[in-house]
Design a protein around this ligand. Structure first.
Ligand SMILES: [Zn+2]
Length: 215
């Protein structure tokens, strides 16, 4: 089964993707991770990525697809994959479809984790992080100790990251909506499942399983 998982920052997409990996026994494919691994492998293809990434340039779609093809035909991905954060544009979606068709596959399901802007704002702006050990807190759901001392490392630098401001959250959310809409339209209602991303982790997981027919 080949599945695309969409969701704005704050929808819990990362943790749900990990759960799906275990449930379906297929790997999660993130282009960022793939490119980093290819660079580290020292391959010829990796060296070509290096040329773009070291200058901070975007890697061209053709190159990403070449890597995607290599990845999708590896043993663990023969039964399908969970695409995370890709495709980002309609052109990438069409190219991915063509690549999958070439190996006799197609996107079976697109899961869009839906969450309203006020919920995203609450989840993200409430985050606090320990600068010393990375322990995360949430002012409402798992508040940092009043003493200001981190429970994991006893450090005292628990802060709100600049990226977790309301302004940044709002901007990212509208950017996500704008970029995702044409891709959802491309796959259409027979393939796209909208899943309510609000609520406890397990509840959301249950809804995703139902959408995949794996419940
Ligand atoms: Zn800490």
């Amino acid at each position: 089964m080949d599945v695309i998982l969409f969701g704005p920052a704050g929808a819990g997409k990362g943790t749900q993707a990990k759960f799906l990996v275990d449930l379906l026994g297929i790997p999660q494919i993130s282009t960022g991770d793939m490119m980093r691994a290819e660079r580290a492998s020292g391959s010829e293809l990796g060296a070509r990525f290096e040329g773009f990434m070291s200058k901070g340039n975007l890697v061209p779609d053709e190159l990403v697809l070449e890597l995607m093809e290599k990845r999708l035909t590896q043993a663990d991905a023969k039964g399908g994959a969970i695409f995370d954060g890709y495709p980002r544009t309609l052109a990438q979606a069409e190219a991915l479809d063509a690549l999958l068709a070439k190996i006799g596959r197609k996107i079976d399901r697109v899961v869009a984790l839906d969450i309203e802007l006020p919920d995203v704002v609450e989840r993200i702006t409430g985050r606090r992080v320990c600068l010393d050990c990375g322990q995360t807190y949430h002012v409402r759901y798992s508040p940092p100790p009043e003493s200001g001392v981190c429970v994991s490392c006893e450090g005292t630098r628990i802060v709100q990251r600049a990226d977790d401001s309301e302004q940044v959250v709002r901007h990212r959310y509208s950017d996500y909506k704008e970029k995702t809409a044409p891709i959802l339209e491309h796959y259409g209602q027979h393939v796209v499942s909208h899943v309510d991303g609000c609520g406890e982790f397990g509840e959301v997981t249950g809804r995703i399983q139902a959408a995949l027919g794996a419940a």
